[in-house]
Structures are given as structure tokens and as C-alpha cells.
Design a protein around this ligand. Structure first.
Ligand code: ADP
Ligand code: ASP
Ligand code: MG
Length: 476
């Protein structure tokens, strides 16, 4: 018998029929003798609706949150009525859903009065989606005779107060989970915990960042000492590239933590980039599986890379980024310009995604999220004001129409000629590479290219993966 943590994403909570399928997956696992802790996302699209409504309220567009309130009520009530037939249970569930949606409306009303919304306010509003969905699933499990318990993660996951992107305080979280969840799991209870959200030590609601339910599940898996973490989603597993871009993308049977970490960091939406952090140290296996195709074995993520020699395993893409270049002939003799540039950018809390220096030392460049690039450039120009005046640095400039494409695979490290093959297929596809950088873990190579070449580049690079006969044999 094992302790399993299951996480179901937004599409897996899409409507009543899909939620019934989710319940079946949980009940089947319990019938096989496992203890199951479940973490859920909000129903598809709900987090977007909540955030849009809050932002619109801040701009005084009251009609948007009023419509959102009505839509959320309709959708959750309809789903509740399909999931729970017992009259008393249905009435209790509807009352709970009503109360939460009233809270949402009250929050939006306050935001509209204030005329602004803080990150803290956005977290309060966006946390409501998961509070609704966890209650729906738990009530349905109860209807089917299981001892299910909806749990708001605000009572379990203690975080710092970085609203919108909070970090867990693991010791405090572990103590609460061990006290409140572990005994219940042992007693055969099925906890259904809200993903995405937590609270500060003072009880103020926070969120872990968009797509953060994967991370919630990993945190809880660690704190209950789970044997495995299973991420249930809407594709058969982690794939060789985004299946929406390349239809013949295939499931990758096994990946190492490091490989999946690079994949997630460089844009594969299937896992939140921080998911592996809590489970890595203890080597807990993660499985990525399909709610809509539960017999498929999915992807197994484990500590040791299973090296597929000489091969790229996956291609990822990040859009919505800008390339910033700092250049000047006089830079060669002046030490510390790069260091000061990066420090200035870090002071603005801007994330650097890829960094590259030209061998001539006459320029270096890096990638930042587009929403941060103006701030980053202003900070650099201020930091290097003297050098710019003296013409040691000639220019700091931004290229907007770029994307990062990353080739991931731990086996590339030991194989000569990988870069040559990458450039070969891109040249054949007529794609020009602006920047190339190797990931620090040597499990990835990132390229910055013109955004108009994005799909051509992904398809061309995917042939390097598709031509790799080792893929199938690397199956666990
Ligand atoms: P969930 O709601 O279950 O968390 P997400 O939408 O966050 O699901 O992530 C799953 C989606 O990620 C897939 O439907 C797919 O379109 C997209 N995706 C992007 N890159 C990959 C990849 N390499 N492998 C699998 N899915 C990917
Ligand atoms: N519901 C949240 C979001 O849409 C968290 C998640 O789905 O993982 O970002
Ligand atoms: Mg997700």
C-alpha cells in the first residue's frame, strides 16, 4: 500500500462528467489499497475569469465583474446539481458555493470603490476558483459513499508574503500537514485540497503563481511523505514538444528531474517549474498522466537520467520575451560591466532567462520577460550612465520580436556534434539564430530566434527528436 498524491488540473475539472471520471480514478486507487491525497485546480478558465474581473473592477468596469459573478454562479451550480443528487447534501453544497461567490462579488465591489487592486487583492480574488472546485469534487466523492473532506490549503500551506508568487515555509507547512492530514489519510479519509493557494503565518491568502497547483501538490506530497506524486492532466504525459504546435509530438516515457526542470523552466506548460523542488531531495517519483486516457502509463520522472546518447529529448518554446543587448568597444578594458548590469536588473526583481556573451567581449545580451524589459533597460542605463557618457558602452538596446527555443536532453552532453546538427536543421529550414546559450546543467541548449520563425524552428528541431530511435527503447 502506498501513499499517493494526485493533482488534477483545470481541464480535468472541466465539467460534471469529467469530474465524475476524476472521482472514479481516485476511488479506483483507494480500492487498490492506496491512501490518496488529492489536489485540484479551479475549473478551466475560472482563474482567468476571476483575475480579469478584479482588474476590470479596478478600472471601474463594474459590468464585467457583475457578469462574471452570474457566470460563475451558473456554471458551479449546474455542475453541483449534476454531481450531487441527495437533496440535503446538494442544498449544503449550493449554500457553500453561494457564500464563496458572494465573497468574490464583495471583493470586486471593494476593488471598484478603491479604484485599484494590489497583488494581495488579486490573490484573495483568484483563490476562490480552487475553493469552489475542491468542494464540488469532495461533495461528489461523498455522494458516492467515500469519506471525502474538502480542505482549503490556506490552513495547510504556510507561505511568505510575496503575493502572486509566494514561496512555502516548509517546516511550518509540514507540521500542519502531519497534524491535520496524515491521521486522516491513515483513517481512509480522502482529503481534497485546493491547489494554487496558501496563506501567510497571519492567515492572509496568497497564491503560488499561475499554474501553481502542480507546485502545491509537490509541497503536500513531500509533507505527507508520499511514495509518489501523480500529475493528472489533459495529455498523455510530457511530450517531445507542445502538441498544439507539432501534431506528431510523442510522449516521453522517462525523464530525469533535471531534464524536466529545464523543460518546465524553458516553457513546457505541462508542469510548473518549481514542482520538482520539494520532491527532488527525497527522490520521489513523479508521474504525468492523462485524466482522459487513464490506462496510458504516461511519463515517469525520476532522479537518475536515463541517458539517451546523443539525443535531444524535447523542444520547448518561450514567447513574450525581449532580448536586451549591451554593446561598446570600450567595454573590453572595463572590468565589471556585466556584473553591474545583472545586479541592476536583479534589483528590479527581473528574471534573466538566457545570458550570452560574445567572445570579442564587445557585447553581451540576455533575455527577460517582455513585461519587465522597459524597467530593466532603465535600470541598466542608470547604472551605466557614466560609461555611456564616456562611450565605453555605446548602446543598450531591446529587440522585441524574439522567442527562446530550447533543446533539452541530458544525453546531449556526452555527444559531440549536437550543436552542429541543431544549426544544420535550422539552416535547412531557413531559420537565423541570433543567440545560442548552453544551460548551466548542460542538459539543454537555448536559441534565440526571430519570432516569425518560431513554428518553423520548432518543427525543424523536432526532427532531431523524432529521428531518435532510442526514444521508444528508453521506456521504463
Ligand atoms: P493542467 O490544467 O492540467 O495543469 P496545463 O494546461 O497547465 O494543464 O498543461 C497541459 C498542457 O501543456 C497540454 O495540454 C499541452 O497543450 C501543453 N504543453 C506544452 N508543452 C508540452 C509538452 N512538452 N508536453 C506536454 N504538454 C505540453
Ligand atoms: N488555477 C490556477 C491557474 O490557472 C492554478 C493551476 O491551474 O495550476 O493558474
Ligand atoms: Mg497547469
Amino acid at each position: 500500500m502506498s501513499v499517493l498524491t494526485f493533482k488534477f488540473g483545470g481541464t480535468s475539472m472541466g465539467d460534471a462528467d469529467i469530474i465524475k471520471g476524476v472521482a472514479q480514478i481516485i476511488l479506483d486507487a483507494q480500492a487498490e489499497g492506496h491512501q490518496v491525497l488529492t489536489v485540484v485546480s479551479a475549473m478551466t478558465g475560472v482563474t482567468n475569469t476571476l483575475l480579469n474581473a478584479a482588474r476590470a473592477a479596478a478600472e471601474g468596469k463594474t459590468e464585467i465583474y457583475i457578469k462574471a459573478t452570474a457566470d460563475l454562479r451558473d456554471r458551479h451550480h449546474e455542475t453541483a446539481r449534476e454531481l450531487v443528487q441527495d437533496a440535503a447534501a446538494q442544498e449544503a453544497l449550493l449554500a457553500e458555493l453561494h457564500r464563496l461567490i458572494d465573497d468574490f462579488q464583495d471583493l470586486c465591489r471593494s476593488i471598484a470603490v478603491l479604484g485599484e487592486v494590489t497583488n494581495r487583492g488579486l490573490d484573495a480574488v483568484s483563490s476562490i476558483g480552487e475553493r469552489l472546485s475542491a468542494r464540488l469534487l469532495a461533495a461528489h466523492l461523498q455522494e458516492r459513499g467515500a469519506a471525502a473532506l474538502p480542505v482549503d490549503a490556506t490552513t495547510l500551506i504556510v507561505t511568505d508574503d510575496t503575493f502572486q508568487n509566494a514561496a512555502p515555509l516548509m517546516e511550518l507547512t509540514r507540521a500542519r500537514v502531519q497534524e491535520q492530514i496524515v491521521p486522516r489519510l491513515k483513517a481512509g479519509i480522502l482529503p481534497v485540497v485546493t491547489g494554487f493557494i496558501g496563506a501567510t503565518e497571519n492567515g492572509i491568502t496568497t497564491t503560488l503563481g499561475r499554474g501553481g497547483s502542480d507546485y502545491s501538490a509537490a509541497i503536500l506530497a513531500d509533507c505527507v511523505d508520499a511514495d509518489e506524486l501523480w500529475i493528472w492532466t489533459d495529455v498523455d504525459g510530457v511530450m517531445t514538444t507542445d502538441p498544439r504546435l507539432v501534431p506528431d509530438a510523442r510522449v516521453i516515457p522517462t525523464l530525469s528531474y533535471r531534464e524536466v526542470g529545464e523543460l518546465a523552466f524553458f516553457g513546457a506548460k505541462v508542469l510548473h517549474p518549481r514542482t520538482i523542488l520539494p520532491v527532488m531531495e527525497r527522490g520521489m517519483p513523479i508521474r504525468v498522466r492523462n485524466t482522459f486516457n487513464p490506462t496510458h502509463p504516461g511519463t515517469l520522472i525520476q532522479p537518475e537520467p536515463r541517458l539517451t546518447e546523443g539525443t535531444a529529448k524535447a523542444i520547448t518554446i518561450i514567447r513574450d520575451v525581449h532580448l536586451i543587448t549591451v554593446a561598446g568597444r570600450g567595454m573590453m578594458g572595463v572590468p565589471g560591466i556585466a556584473g553591474r548590469t545583472f545586479t541592476a536588473v536583479a534589483r528590479e526583481s527581473v528574471n534573466l532567462l538566457v545570458i550570452s556573451q560574445s567572445s570579442s567581449e564587445q557585447s553581451f545580451c540576455f533575455i527577460v520577460p517582455d513585461s519587465d524589459s522597459a524597467r530593466a533597460v532603465a535600470a541598466i542605463r542608470e547604472e551605466l550612465a557614466l560609461e555611456l557618457e564616456r562611450r565605453d558602452v555605446d548602446r543598450v538596446w531591446v529587440q522585441e520580436d524574439v522567442v527562446i527555443i530550447t533543446v533539452v536532453g541530458a544525453g546531449m552532453r556526452s555527444t559531440p556534434g549536437v550543436a552542429a546538427r541543431i544549426f544544420g536543421v535550422l539552416a535547412d529550414a531557413g531559420v537565423n539564430v541570433t543567440v545560442i546559450a548552453q544551460g548551466s546543467s548542460e542538459s539543454s541548449i537555448s536559441l534565440v530566434i526571430d519570432s516569425s520563425d518560431d513554428e518553423a524552428a520548432v518543427r525543424a528541431l523536432h526532427t532531431l527528436v523524432a529521428n531518435n530511435g532510442d526514444q521508444a527503447s528508453s521506456s521504463a
